[in-house]
Design a protein around this ligand. Structure first.
Ligand SMILES: [Zn+2]
Length: 348
């Protein structure tokens, strides 16, 4: 079968390869892949900056944002032939640590987790994949192709789950305003889930993008092309989805009293900025502010994500997928184009 592969650590090693069918050891359910979403992590892997092949192998089948249709499933499993499904990315570490032991592999303490398409396990970017039934999530068939957004939405669902749990440290917590920095797929999905919670939504972008302005407007939100320092308000909840060092610096300490800043974007090391630690500490202490980081998602978050997508306007979700590339030309999906929001690779 055709598979999208890379040699992790080696730049520009991406190609389409003929590989054997998925091994039975990957799980009892066989899935025919419909589409794979492409994100920054995939680009980092293809650039040679990130990613690990399975032990003893030199190449990794890439693809962690999946969508497919079940072709074979044991009678005892929770899915049936024909179901539209998405595979969960992370697997618990083998120790397991206290978090992985209770199914919270997204909170793994020892870093020995594995991830499909990223870390030591082949991904979903092949014509077929096999998977353990408990690591599959069913998608509402009405979502169709937009089901490929489930994995990035699960990351956002975790960010919201933890933000709300932190907020509930004060019985009076009742947020009104949300600022999302970054208007990529994760930022837009964070805005969607904020709008679903009835918040006044603001999305900050670094350059004008008409479709994104339209999408934020359709959520009832306000689209800004600016820097965080120029905004005239302090949000109750801030979701930082750029990972851009100057934006991260500007958001720290810039939430309202009892505010929560959630860091979702990842930054490369090696960016020194002057920060007035005294002022930052003063505002954080005197205003009971919180800054926290979040990554990945567990099964609960995939289920929350499925519910968020199910409730979303289908036309709005359709605007998110701006380009489709066939599997045989999947490397085109890695080249950024100005109108891109989410690019997907299709398996015919
Ligand atoms: Zn663990």
């Amino acid at each position: 079968m055709r598979a999208l592969t890379v040699a992790p650590g080696i730049a520009n090693s991406a190609r389409v390869e003929d590989v054997p069918g998925p091994p039975a050891a990957d799980g009892a359910v066989l899935v025919r892949t419909t589409a794979i979403g492409v994100c920054g992590t995939d680009r980092d892997i293809v650039c040679g900056h990130y990613g690990w092949a399975p032990p003893g192998q030199s190449r990794l089948v890439i693809g962690h944002e999946s969508l497919g249709v079940v072709r074979e499933a044991p009678a005892s499993s929770c899915v049936n032939v024909g179901d539209l499904v998405v595979g969960i990315v992370r697997r618990p570490d083998p120790v397991p640590c206290p978090s992985c032991a209770v199914g919270e592999w997204d909170m793994c303490r020892n870093g020995r987790y594995t991830e499909r398409g990223i870390k030591e396990r082949h991904g979903f970017g092949s014509e077929y994949f096999r998977i353990e039934p408990e690591f599959l999530v069913k998608v509402d068939p009405a979502l169709g192709e937009a089901g490929v957004l489930l994995e990035p939405t699960s990351v956002v669902a975790k960010a919201w789950d933890h933000t709300e749990r932190i907020g509930q440290r004060a019985r009076s917590w009742n947020p009104k305003t949300l600022l999302v920095t970054g208007a990529g797929p994760v930022g837009l999905l964070a805005a969607l889930m904020g709008a679903q919670r009835g918040l006044e939504v603001h999305v900050l972008d670094h350059h004008e993008h008409r479709a994104k302005r339209d999408m934020v407007g359709r959520l009832g939100g306000i689209y800004h092309v600016d820097t965080p320092a120029n905004l005239r308000f302090k949000p109750d909840v801030l979701m930082e989805c750029t990972g851009a060092p100057s934006v991260v610096r500007d958001v720290l300490g810039n939430t309202a009293a009892s505010g929560i800043a959630c860091l979702v974007g990842v930054t490369e090391p090696g960016h020194d900025f002057e920060v007035d630690v005294g002022a930052l500490n003063r505002s954080m202490v005197l205003d009971n502010n919180t800054v926290f980081g979040t990554v990945n998602a567990n099964k609960l978050h995939y289920e929350m994500a499925g519910e968020a997508l199910r409730k979303a306007d289908k036309g709005w979700l359709g605007m998110m997928i701006t380009r489709r590339e066939p599997a045989e030309h999947w490397t085109r999906s890695l080249q950024r184009q100005p109108d891109d929001i989410k690019v997907i690779v299709e398996f015919s």
